[in-house]
Write a protein that binds this ligand. Structure first.
Ligand code: ADP
Ligand code: CIR
Length: 342
């Protein structure tokens, strides 16, 4: 492979941090699962509109390709090699009374974490047999959940297009054919080994073998962020007694995308901010101040509809889960105040 040339207007962290020197030092290295630099950067090479552009094939990728990944991790999370990751899953430490009890702004709240199985390659480097084994192990664990968390597993294989499309439209299921994931091999053998588990009310859901092997999700209508967090914590604690997760003392939970390391948590609201959105500069000044990311209504790389945005924490590593949700909460309070003032 030759050194990829990125156009001047390419903004990905890959294009910024893949110097010729770093490329030459890493280009012939492969992890014990056979994952190469070429595979790690293919998504960003093919998709020049990537924000990041790199993925890991396994835990080892983070060490082996550190010359590229460390500066990307530092820029995204503000986390250096000297920093330590920390965890706090105690809902009592979260200060988050519903910021919108009348339901004027917040449509819904969702908090998810990514998890992968210990001693397994991540999705980009996994074999079909290993992926099927992950699915079977995760589903066996999920079947033991009780109370509010009890539900059913729906494999993608055999699901009708209509049911699949409705689940995607209603924000419950991952989309199909994502080009960023496709370029790193995350869509191989689709739809085999993939599926969704959910309870009857669809307030607790688990995605199996999408970008990460598990995406554990708690969501509901309205702005009761603490209730959503509390349900998520109870699910994480139950599942981790059944499925061993890949974890590193330095990087926290190991995920395919370096933006998800650490807590692997994204806490978001769908929120109507039509007036503020008319002045994107003022909108972004608030989201930057509170370390927030703005997404569209159908997730990453989608657009807003009707002035409704997906607002979530951007940092996930080097802060606790409580702090990640608090970032989102504090920012949402400020956004609602700004919208009201207009
Ligand atoms: P992820 O959060 O898992 O990284 P996406 O950004 O693709 O991935 O979002 C996944 C799905 O979750 C999308 O359908 C998105 O619309 C939905 N979603 C995200 N936040 C919320 C929310 N607060 N309320 C309802 N749906 C949400
Ligand atoms: C990209 O680089 O745009 C995609 N590979 C997705 C990156 C993850 N997004 C994020 O900001 N958390």
């Amino acid at each position: 492979m030759n050194y990829p040339e990125f156009p001047q207007d390419c903004k990905s962290l890959l294009s910024k941090h893949l110097s010729l020197e770093v490329f030459e030092a890493l280009k012939d290295k492969k992890t014990s699962n056979g994952f190469s630099l070429e595979q790690a950067i293919n998504s960003g090479v093919r998709n020049l509109d990537s924000g990041i552009g790199v993925y890991a094939g396994d835990k080892e990728s983070y060490a082996l390709f550190g010359a590229l990944l460390d500066p990307i991790i530092e820029e995204y999370h503000g986390f250096t090699k000297q920093d330590a990751h920390k965890s706090n899953l105690n809902p009592d430490d979260l200060n988050a009374p519903n910021p919108d009890p009348e339901g004027k702004y917040i449509v819904s709240t969702r908090i998810r974490v990514g998890r992968n199985m210990d001693n397994m390659p991540l999705g980009p480097a996994i074999s079909k047999e290993q992926r099927d084994h992950v699915e079977a192990s995760v589903v066996a664990g999920l079947k033991t959940l009780e109370g509010e968390l009890s539900g059913n597993y729906y494999p993608l294989l055999g699901m009708s297009k209509e049911v699949q499309d409705d689940l995607i439209k209603d924000h419950f299921l991952f989309k199909e054919g994502d080009r960023f994931l496709d370029a790193v091999g995350l869509n191989r053998n689709w739809p085999e080994g993939r599926g969704i588990y959910h309870n009857n009310d669809k307030t607790f859901l688990v995605w199996v073998n999408e970008e990460d092997q598990l995406r554990i999700i708690s969501m509901q209508q309205g702005g009761d962020i603490k209730e959503v967090f509390t349900r998520l914590v109870s699910a994480i604690k139950s599942i981790e007694t059944k499925v061993p997760f890949s974890y590193s003392d330095h990087l926290g939970f190991i995920t395919s995308c370096p933006t998800n390391l650490g807590t692997a948590m994204r806490a978001s609201v769908h929120i109507a901010l039509p007036k503020l959105a008319a002045d994107m500069e003022a909108f972004k000044a608030i989201t930057d101040k509170y370390y927030l990311q703005i997404r569209g209504i159908h997730g990453e790389h989608s657009e807003s509809e009707g002035g409704i945005y997906d607002i979530s924490n951007r940092r996930r590593l080097g802060i606790t889960e409580v702090e990640a949700v608090q970032d989102m909460y504090d920012g949402v309070v400020a956004l609602i105040a700004a919208e009201k003032a207009l």
